[in-house]
Design a binder for this molecule. Structure first.
Ligand SMILES: Cc1cc2nc3c(=O)[nH]c(=O)nc-3n(C[C@H](O)[C@H](O)[C@H](O)COP(=O)(O)OP(=O)(O)OC[C@H]3O[C@@H](n4cnc5c(N)ncnc54)[C@H](O)[C@@H]3O)c2cc1C
Length: 455
């Protein structure tokens, strides 16, 4: 017999797990099913080893507008709210305060940081502090040790530094959802999805499942399924792989770099590892893998299906691939994973800007970690767009989640559950949701929903 659910979520990464948690805790949905392709929660990009573990607030991300920074801050705060409900022992494994800054090296970057440190920015982030060479020497000594004394350097120090094990956070959401009655079937990939009279039917090798509402929280794969159903011809995915070099612990905290141009993925930075206090990770390196998953063959064809290859697609790809900043990043990064030669260049071009005294013999490229950021190509703009996207169809939704998708997982889940409850006859305990996860602008979101805008 085929099952029928109020909500089917495809994917048990952090996005799908946060949604399962929020839907089961704050709505009166009776039946929620999660279908996960692999055998565990958060096997891909949400796993702690595959991302940078940063709770992004928008204060040190130099490529965000003020509006994007404010939105990111609100999203990150929901994770803090959630973490406060956990026991001390669970919380300490999932989230840990850490020093965090953005470093400017050379006159151009120093000037950019000064501009970013505007009165508006300081109003949004009153705890953000500007640091000169002397303060840096005290606070993050290895950023100064061995540096040319004539080189200009400055930083913005955040008071909102946290590293997060997003894989464990996803597991925590999942466990709580499970206790509230959510069913998960692992090793159960969605192969197809078909509209039916009252919802959709999800086709898997383990049977077909009907859902009143279906949400794809399938990371890089969400757009592939959206396109299969004929949704959003104006978006494509630019898969940006991200890998990591591992070094001994040379930084106290997170040291980000000033971002080049309008590139939506982060420049290489140095981070401690929440799972191993003895190391600093440098990355993510950038690759363009023509795939939806790293370390797994056979996803190229599915990736290519996220493109329509019409004139806007081709113009967008042309603009991206011939953008001078992207070209520079591509040229440099192509060499970084190569043995010997790669790591010397990585030290020279990237690490030396952050930790000038670190030498190539102390670092190695860890091939077993890293993931894919599904950067969205907005074909209307003919270029990459910043952040995540939601494609909303008829009783179906597709979440595409580049960085900082893990930070915004609870925000995304709240947006989704408000959307579903507005469309279907589902009650939502808005008061409890706000009390536990922070204030929420329902009016603004509902207006957007009624206008059916893509948000
Ligand atoms: C190098 C790198 C660094 C990053 N750093 C940060 C950071 O510091 N901070 C931050 O906030 N974000 C960061 N991100 C982004 C963040 O990791 C992602 O946005 C987030 O993990 C996305 O979560 P997700 O659940 O949407 O996708 P995923 O974690 O990719 O999960 C998707 C799930 O869907 C499943 N799935 C796929 N297809 C199917 C199918 N057909 N049927 C069933 N299940 C399916 C997959 O198996 C997977 O479990 C980084 C990403 C990368 C790659």
């Amino acid at each position: 017999m085929e099952d029928y659910y109020d909500l089917i979520i495809i994917g048990a990464g952090i996005t799908g797990s946060a949604l399962a948690y929020v839907a089961s805790r704050y709505s009166d949905m009776k039946s929620i099913l999660v279908l996960e392709k692999y055998g565990k929660v958060a096997p891909l990009n949400s796993d702690s080893t595959n991302n940078s573990q940063t709770l992004h607030f928008g204060d040190i991300e130099t490529n965000y507008t003020l509006e994007e920074a404010a939105h990111t801050k609100a999203s990150a705060e929901r994770v803090l709210y959630y973490s406060k409900m956990l026991s001390v022992s669970e919380r300490s494994k999932i989230i840990s305060p850490v020093q965090k800054m953005v470093l400017g090296v050379g006159p151009e970057e120093v000037k950019r940081l000064e501009k970013i440190y505007s009165p508006e920015m300081r109003k949004l982030f009153p705890g953000l502090k500007k640091l000169g060479r002397k303060e840096l020497q005290k606070i993050e000594p290895n950023t100064i040790k061995g540096r040319d004394p004539d080189e200009e350097v400055s930083a913005l120090l955040s008071d909102k530094g946290y590293m997060v094990n997003f894989g464990l956070l996803a597991k925590s959401f999942h466990e709580k959802a499970k206790k509230a009655g959510v069913k998960t079937i692992f090793n159960c990939p969605c192969i197809n999805v078909n509209p039916i009279e009252d919802g959709h039917e999800v086709v898997t090798p383990r049977g077909n499942f009907k859902g009143r509402f279906v949400i794809f929280a399938a990371g890089t794969y969400s757009l592939y399924f959206a396109k299969k159903l004929g949704y959003d011809k104006n978006l494509s995915i630019f898969s940006v792989g991200g890998g990591f070099y591992i070094a001994p612990r040379v930084l106290k905290g997170k040291v980000y770099r000033v971002q080049a141009g309008g590139i939506p993925f982060a420049a290489i930075h140095g981070d401690p590892d929440i799972t191993n206090p003895k190391v600093t990770r440098f990355g993510p390196t950038v690759s363009f893998p023509l795939a939806l998953e790293v370390r797994k063959g056979g996803t190229t064809l599915d990736y290519l299906k996220t493109f329509d290859f019409d004139i806007p697609t081709i113009q967008s790809l042309f603009n991206i691939l011939f953008n001078k900043d992207i070209l520079r990043i591509m040229r440099r990064n192509a060499v970084y994973p190569m043995p010997l030669f790669g790591k010397n260049l990585f030290i020279k071009n990237e690490v030396s800007k952050i930790v000038p005294s670190l030498t190539a013999d102390k670092i190695y490229f860890d091939k077993s970690v890293g993931g894919i950021r599904p950067q969205i190509i907005d074909e209307n703009k003919r270029f990459l767009s910043m952040g995540a996207s939601k494609i909303r169809g008829n009783n179906i939704m597709f979440n595409i989640t580049p960085s900082p998708g893990a930070t915004s997982s609870l925000q995304s889940a709240m947006d989704d559950i408000v959307y579903i409850s507005t469309l279907l006859d589902i009650k939502l305990d808005e008061e409890r949701m706000e009390r536990e996860l922070g204030r929420f602008d329902y009016k603004h979101l509902k207006e957007k929903i009624n206008g059916h805008k893509q948000i």
